[in-house]
Design a protein around this ligand. Structure first.
Ligand code: TYM
Length: 340
């Protein structure tokens, strides 16, 4: 199924909230583009999702929905390893080991922890704090070469590299130092109602984002309602025109038109034109995605077959790396493998 001579790519998404257009643009779109060049591991980060309170039934539904959407967006399940994080217990084990090589001071600097602990002030659990270490484990467990993510994950990637370098310096070359892949455009899509904060799939205000499963009418309404900037020229100037620049960037990422062409096509036109055309482009893009999603979600058999294969493949690779780490640390090797 996978081609081991290719460099390894790993990425993942937490099954929290509603998978939305910014997750597609910032992450999945790049996964789709890179899937032929890399040996890809696409993970559903369910262990990460429980760092905030989740209702079990909603979480389960989200898990299947997200996997179905990976495939509906263009990830080929025959060619890539699609798997669930909690199906590979090595993630939790390596996270513990890496915890012992990570300083509190490093985690104290993580901006996402600061943001999330403000948003979830009643549930600042230890998991939320050590979340970046689990993310480092996700990546290092497979010796990933490349990790495509949006801009908000950059700091976590830097920490992963620091931890890997620290362990390699102490114990010899154990881990590959992963490279982040943050695309030039679309790495930070902003909220439709507040262009100064990033679009988020867990936002309480659903008008802030376009869900990949939103109904066409809802999509049109959300774009029509999107805030705009003062003035009336349609130009890409993120500093002075953050709202319009965000809409232009979404259009550029969804249709592939260059930003210069978009600006040219909208010379002399009103903000409303851009919004309606953009809504139509997004609806058109999402139509086959939603169709494929609905087929896949009719019953879970096909998804379960894919996930079973993914679980086996991911465990195989993870176990090799974890064994090396256990041995390096000085643990007694797994006794079931010792000839007595
Ligand atoms: P998560 O679930 O928050 O987001 C999934 C992916 O979508 C990107 N993204 C965005 N890109 C552009 N604009 C936005 N407004 C936007 N919002 C989200 C994210 O950067 C991400 O790429 N910790 C990760 C999941 C994870 C992971 C991993 C990723 C767990 N382990 C190992 C890579 C490798 C997260 O919470 O992503």
């Amino acid at each position: 199924m996978t081609n081991n001579s290719k460099p390894l790519l790993l990425s993942g998404i937490q099954p929290s909230g509603n998978l939305m257009i910014a997750n597609y643009i910032g992450a999945i779109r790049n996964w789709v583009d890179l899937q032929n060049q890399y040996n890809c591991y696409f993970m559903l980060a369910d262990l990460h999702a429980i760092t905030v309170t989740q209702e079990p039934q909603d979480l389960l539904k989200n898990c299947y929905d997200f996997i179905a959407l990976y495939i509906a967006c263009g990830i080929n399940p025959d060619q890539n390893t699609i798997f669930v994080q909690s199906h590979v217990s090595g993630h939790a084990e390596l996270a513990w080991l890496l915890n012992c090589y990570t300083q509190m001071g490093e985690l104290n600097r993580m901006t996402q922890f600061k943001d999330k602990s403000q948003k979830h002030a009643k549930n600042i659990n230890v998991g939320l704090y050590s979340y970046p270490v689990l993310m480092a484990a996700d990546i290092l467990l497979y010796n990933a070469d490349l990790v495509p993510v949006g801009h908000d994950q950059k700091q976590h990637l830097e920490l992963t590299r620091d931890i890997a370098n620290r362990i390699n310096n102490r114990h010899g070359e154990l881990f590959t130092i992963p490279e982040p892949y943050i695309a030039k455009s679309g790495a930070r899509i902003m909220s439709l109602q507040d262009p100064n904060s990033k679009m988020s799939k867990s936002d309480k205000n659903v008008n802030n984002y376009i869900g990949l499963l939103d109904d066409p009418k809802v999509i049109m309404k959300k774009f029509k309602k999107a805030v705009t900037d003062s003035g009336d020229t349609i130009r890409y100037e993120p500093e002075t025109k953050p709202a319009i620049s965000n809409l232009i960037e979404i259009r550029h990422c969804v249709t592939g038109e260059s930003i210069a062409d978009i600006e040219k096509n909208y010379e002399g036109k009103m903000y409303g034109h851009l919004k309606i055309d953009l809504a139509e482009a997004v609806i058109e893009f999402l139509q086959p995605v939603q169709e494929r999603f609905n087929q896949l979600r009719q019953d879970n058999t096909e998804l379960n077959i894919i996930l079973k294969r993914g679980q086996e493949e991911a465990n195989k690779r993870a176990e090799t790396i974890l064994n090396k780490m256990r041995q390096t640390i000085g643990f007694i090797p797994n006794i079931k493998n010792v000839c007595l």
